[in-house]
Every structure is written in C-alpha cells, then in structure tokens.
Design a protein around this ligand. Structure first.
Ligand SMILES: [Fe+2]
Length: 444
C-alpha cells in the first residue's frame, strides 16, 4: 500500500472507531477489532516516523504531511471532533497501546470543556503515548524556549530568597506562575530543562539548586504519570523545599569538608524552619509544606527531622528527595567532583528501597534511559559524543553531538548524529567531561 493510502486508511479507521463507539459499548468485540485494525495501520505509519501527527491547518484536516482538502465525510467529522475538544494537533507515538487508543476515543468523543479538562482526563487515564500537542485556545500559556523558562525561574527564585533573607514572608504568586512554565515545558519537551539543570553556577548554589530540584522533580513526576495539577504542586514543592536553609548561618551551609556535630545539628533544623515559612505563605498547599519538612526523611525514615518519623510520606515528597540527591551528586562543590548523570543514577540505585522510594526511582531511571541527556560517551570507533536528546518511546533514538573525531581531534563544529536504541552497543564507555576539558553544558 502506498503511504498516502495508508494515511487515508488511518484517518478513516479513526473515524469508524468513533462511529463504532456510538453503537457499541467500549468492551464490545467489534470495537476491539476496529482498534486492532487501526493500530495495525498505525504500525505501518510508524515505519516512516515515530510520531503520527493529526490536526487542523487552515480549516483542513491533515495527517503528517498529507492534507485532506477534498471534503470527504471522514475528515469533516474528524475535524468536528477535534474542534469540539479545542484540539489543533494531536500526536500518536510509537508504543501507543490499544488501551490508550480506546481511552483517547472515549475521552475525546464527546468534546471537552477546555484544554485543561482534556489534559486532566489524559493524566487520569495515564495516556502516555498520545500527546496533546497544540490547542486552539492555548490555556493562557504562550510557549517559550526552555532556556528562557529556566532563566525566569532563576530570577523569581532569587527574589523569593531575598525576601526570606530579609525576614519577609514571600508571596507564592510568582512561584506558582513560574512553575506553570516549568510544567508546560516539561510536558512538551521532557528532557530539555533537565539538560539545563546540568548547568551549575556555584556562586548561586542555593537558588540554582532549588530551580534544579524543581525541574528534576518535574521530570520524575512526569515519568510517574502525575497530571498537570499535581505537577504544579510538585514543582512549587521542589522550588521551595530548602527555604529553611536561608535561615542557617551561610558559613555552615557553604563550609567545605566535614561538619562538626554542632554544625550538622544546625543544618538539620532547615526543614522545620522551611516548613514554618511555607505555612505562613498564602495559598501554599499542605503537600508543599510536607516536601519542605520531610525531604530529608528518606524512604527508610533514617533521616531527619526526628519529629516527623513514622509519617506516611506523599509520593511527591519522595520525588523531591530523589531530585535533591540527583542534583547534589551532579554538582561540582569545593569538596566534591560532580558525578556524571549515569554515575549519579547508579549511586541512587545502590540505595533503592533504602534511602529512595524503589518504584519512583525505577520509573525515573527508565525514563532517563541508559545514557541520560548530558552524558559524554565514547563510541566504538573512538569518537566522543555528547547525548543531547533521548527518545522516550520504544524504538526511538539517541541524538548525539560528536565533539571529537576518531583520532581524538576536537571538531571545530560538533556533528549531529543519531543512534537507535538497538545500536546502544556502539557506545563503549562513558567519558568524564572534566578529563576532556569539556563543559558539557556549552553544547546542550
Ligand atoms: Fe534540604
């Protein structure tokens, strides 16, 4: 079958499945058969592209690069459904299951109140392999590049920290605005902010760390299937988890090397101090207070504060704990060489089920893939490359920037290349960027 015919078939089958749902209950064998056929056609299309986009452009239905300008009834009816859901573009991604297709049809068949409602329904149904790419009325949110969103988060955090240092109770308004942006970016490009979190500015450690914990926690939360509302709470929790540190002598916080037991006792106060500030802030959910209070408690409750032991922690708190540890491990400190992302994950894994929640950690590690964004690797032919993007679906690729050629010469301009997941054997080792005199974040 020609590609255009397959695309047409895909659109018609989608429409037939909607019609089928009007006649039969979702569990009916006829519906199952329609879904199977639809999925088979999808598989054919996935041979050419890992994502199948369907949407409306200038009043015309399109699928990938095919426009359905002749007003065939299937395309008109489909446009109507998309419009009623305020959907401009939706993407079916490789790995999409029959269950997800069915949930998608059921959720979208009767339109949706708003973009937010549709996102929420998707979150609740854990639809991971169908993406709501673009809405016609886009949720009071204008898409910005990840770096801009990240910079803005840094600025807002700095001003919140200033307030706290001066003894003021900061407003949560700005934090929640900026986290909205972080959530949107995390959902539309899951690892983009994570890559930026590898940029560590030592002078500004406290607030860089706070933004990073927020960003990493959001990556964990997204991988674990949290919906948008939950992600917003999680993001605020990550951003504000360490406010209490601002109340501790900066000399102790920044002290290189070992702390005396008195100094450590002082540090151990920061969750309680932070929770007190959070409780005084307006419109801060209780979950955010818990993240501030309990992010050092650990999965096995071996941490602090003592007063909170035996408390059943929220999954979000475990996410912040993991994000906090991951960021600390990958950061250069006066007394610590940073670990590469892959090494940091291995470290975390050694404490899986001890310090860190086992399922949450597993899900995060799987989501980052064997060579997370920011990993510098040696290929079998001796070239050295940086992982700049990791495909999140089965069969997707690793995008690499080759920095050194086979002879070990640094390339004047890095070359982009890709490895499919089945070609991972081509990677022979991870390379320490410090040893190569490379600042990986210059290339991300
Ligand atoms: Fe902390």
């Amino acid at each position: 079958m020609m590609k255009e015919e397959t695309t047409l078939e895909f659109v018609q089958q989608m429409m037939r499945a909607y019609q089928g749902l009007r006649l039969y209950p979702a569990q009916h064998p006829n519906i199952r058969r329609q879904l199977q056929e639809w999925q088979q056609t999808l598989q054919l299309l996935f041979q050419d592209a890992p994502r199948i986009l369907i949407g409306i452009h200038q009043q015309t239905l399109y699928c990938n690069d095919e426009l359905f300008s002749d007003s065939a009834s299937a395309s008109e009816a489909l446009m109507k459904i998309l419009e009623e859901c305020h959907l401009q573009t939706v993407a079916f991604c490789q790995g999409v299951s029959e269950r997800e297709l069915l949930d998608f049809l059921v959720i979208t068949a009767n339109g949706s109140g708003s973009a937010a409602a549709l996102r929420q329904a998707f979150g609740e149904a854990s639809i991971r392999n169908i993406e709501l790419v673009k809405f016609t009325e886009d949720e009071d949110f204008e898409e910005k590049p990840a770096s801009e969103v990240y910079q803005q988060a840094l600025q807002v955090t700095e001003s919140i920290f200033k307030d706290v240092r001066m003894g003021k109770i900061p407003s949560s308004e700005e934090a929640s605005q900026v986290v909205k942006g972080l959530v949107e970016t995390t959902l539309s490009d899951p690892h983009a902010l994570l890559a930026l979190s590898l940029i560590k500015d030592y002078d500004d450690y406290t607030f860089t760390h706070s933004v990073n914990v927020s960003v990493i926690a959001l990556a964990v939360g997204r991988a674990c299937g949290l919906n948008k509302e939950e992600l917003r709470v999680l993001g605020i929790g990550g951003l504000l988890h360490d406010l209490g540190k601002l109340k501790i002598d900066i000399g102790i916080i920044n002290k290189p090397g070992r702390l005396t037991s008195n100094e450590f006792d002082a540090i151990k106060q920061h969750p309680l101090l932070g929770a007190n500030i959070l409780r005084e802030m307006q419109q801060v959910p209780e979950a955010v207070v818990e993240m501030g209070l309990c992010h050092h408690l650990r999965y096995d409750q071996s941490g602090y504060p003592e007063s909170e032991k035996d408390r059943a922690l929220l999954p979000m708190t475990h996410m912040v704990t993991i994000a906090d540890a991951y960021d600390a491990m990958t950061t250069l400190r006066p007394y610590q060489r940073p670990l590469t992302p892959r090494r940091a994950l291995q470290h975390l894994q050694e404490q899986e089920g001890v310090l860190y929640h086992p399922q949450i950690l597993k899900t995060f590690i799987e989501d980052l893939g064997p060579y997370p964004v920011g990993s510098l690797i040696r290929l079998q032919d001796n070239r050295i490359a940086l992982v700049v993007k990791v495909g999140l679906q089965e069969g997707e690729v690793l995008q690499l920037k080759v920095l050194f050629d086979e002879e070990g010469r640094q390339l004047p301009t890095p070359e982009l290349t890709e490895l499919s997941m089945s070609e991972l054997w081509f990677i022979v080792a991870e390379v320490d960027p410090l040893g190569k005199g490379i600042q990986v974040t210059d290339y991300l």
